[in-house]
Design a protein around this ligand. Structure first.
Ligand code: FCB
Length: 456
């Protein structure tokens, strides 16, 4: 299948990464520890005890990695800044060597005509702040706003695209509810509190970013969405799909775009609403220039008997239908469902009217085999990207205001609790030598972009 949709010439075609997943150099140049260092260093928390200590060694290979992107003709690069590299204690004294690294990265990107998109928080909270409660402490939101201003003062003249947080749903729920991510708490009420403070951090940071960035800066946030589809026509199934949707998709976007939490979210989850101050929701809902949308898969659900307590799906009275007959799955066990991206973008457009959307992550883990030569044949990943870009183009043609698309990921990297066992890169990393080998999907993406580049 060829891509049969067209895109505007200034559409951003990018790739994405995050600091802890690629940088390594975990103890160098004054970087402080983060909750992910502590978590991955705790036995049993990640696949085979993998950590981000070395990762893809990007901290030492930054110029080489940017040059590789340039060779592939990548137009934009989304990366995250490590808060503990900039503020080793989370607040207080600034480690200028940390800022120097990101300044060199930004300058290197601009020299190669690659547009930077900075994410300020991609889960690596300074460990020192965790000792004071981390996201359960309202003060962490204030510390984040301070950190955002420090970064903006250094890079705000050159970087146009800024995202405050990456996937606060994951920080809140996977970090505090299910315990799969750092800091590893298993307390749903704590997840709700953490979620509120994450949103508050975003709201407090926005005016600080606005004040210290270029006048044409585009400020936004990145949310993950897992569209929920009912598996049958039963009213109970429709109802449980609604509840699952509130939990997976509306928990964060409604406060941001409507200054309220979804009405029945907390009662359905059997928790209390978060404690908040009167002006919080107004702060959180300040206008955004763009919404970052991360999309990987969907959820197909049918009603099940409701339960008091227990796992989320039981509280929300649904079970997941998997495997879906006829569907294919990635190495993560995620269903490949390209039309979910189109449905999602159109729904977001109609329900929340974001000024602009950017698909800030989309991609797939597959089992890549490298035989030691120059090629890695990852046809499954090419098919995944092609189908999703087709769906993206259809959404655009039907009225979704999308301006960019970022493949997750440039490089194979540390996939959180899955360690190095899952490879999402369009570039393979041989971790024993840190050699980079462009996969077929990398060459495919390069030629896709080249075919759309405006002639100068
Ligand atoms: C997203 C994360 C990103 C990566 C992909 C596969 O949830 O933002 O860091 O792990 O999933």
């Amino acid at each position: 299948m060829e891509i049969s949709v067209s895109f505007p010439p200034d559409f951003l075609w990018g790739v994405a990464t995050s600091a802890y997943q690629i940088e390594g150099a975990a103890y160098e140049d004054g970087r402080g520890p983060s909750i992910w260092d502590a978590f991955s260093g705790t036995p049993g928390k990640t696949y085979q005890g993998d950590t981000g200590d070395i990762a893809a060694d990007h901290y030492h290979r930054m110029e080489e990695d940017v040059a590789l992107m340039a060779r592939l003709g990548i137009g934009a690069y989304r990366f995250s800044i490590s808060w503990p590299r900039v503020l080793p204690q989370g607040k207080g004294s600034v480690n200028s060597r940390g800022l120097d690294f990101y300044e060199r990265l930004v300058d290197c990107l601009l020299a190669h005509k690659i547009t930077p998109l900075v994410t300020l928080f991609h889960w690596d909270l300074p460990l020192a702040l965790q000792s004071d409660g981390g996201w359960l402490n309202r003060e962490t939101a204030l510390a984040f706003a301070e950190y955002a201003e420090i970064v903006a003062r250094r890079l705000g003249d050159r970087v146009r695209w800024w995202a405050t947080l990456n996937e606060p749903w994951c920080s809140a729920y996977l970090g505090h509810g299910s315990g799969e991510h750092a800091p590893g708490l298993r307390d749903l009420q704590a997840a709700i509190t953490a979620g509120h403070h994450l949103l508050l951090a975003h709201g407090l940071a926005l005016p600080r970013l606005r004040a210290h960035t270029r006048s044409d800066a585009q400020l936004g946030i990145v949310l993950n969405f897992t569209p929920v589809y009912p598996a049958d026509e039963q009213p109970e199934t429709q109802e449980s799909a609604q509840q699952a949707d509130a939990f997976h998709n509306r928990w964060f976007i409604e406060p941001l775009y409507c200054a309220r939490y979804p009405e029945t979210l907390f009662s359905a989850l059997q928790v209390q609403p978060p404690a908040m101050e009167a002006s919080d929701l107004e702060l959180i809902a300040a206008p955004l220039d763009f919404l970052g949308v991360n999309y990987y898969t969907r959820l197909l659900v049918r009603a099940s008997a409701p339960a008091n307590g227990g796992p989320i799906s039981a509280r929300l009275a649904h079970e997941t239908v998997a495997p879906v007959p006829g569907s294919s799955y990635t190495e993560m066990g995620w269903e490949v469902y390209p039309s979910g991206l189109k449905d999602l973008l159109l729904r977001l457009q109609h329900e929340y009217q974001p000024k602009t959307m950017v698909v800030t992550e989309n991609g797939a883990a597959f089992h890549d085999e490298w035989d030691g030569n120059e090629h890695i044949h990852d046809g499954c990943r090419i098919a995944y990207l092609r189908q999703h870009i087709q769906a993206l183009g259809e959404a655009l043609a039907s009225g979704a205001a999308v301006r960019g698309y970022f493949v997750w990921s440039l490089l194979d990297n540390f996939e959180w609790a899955f360690g190095y066992s899952k490879r999402f890169g369009i570039v393979y990393v041989d971790y024993s030598t840190q050699r980079r080998i462009v996969k077929d999907s990398g060459y495919w993406y390069a030629s896709f972009i080249a075919a759309r580049r405006p002639r100068s």
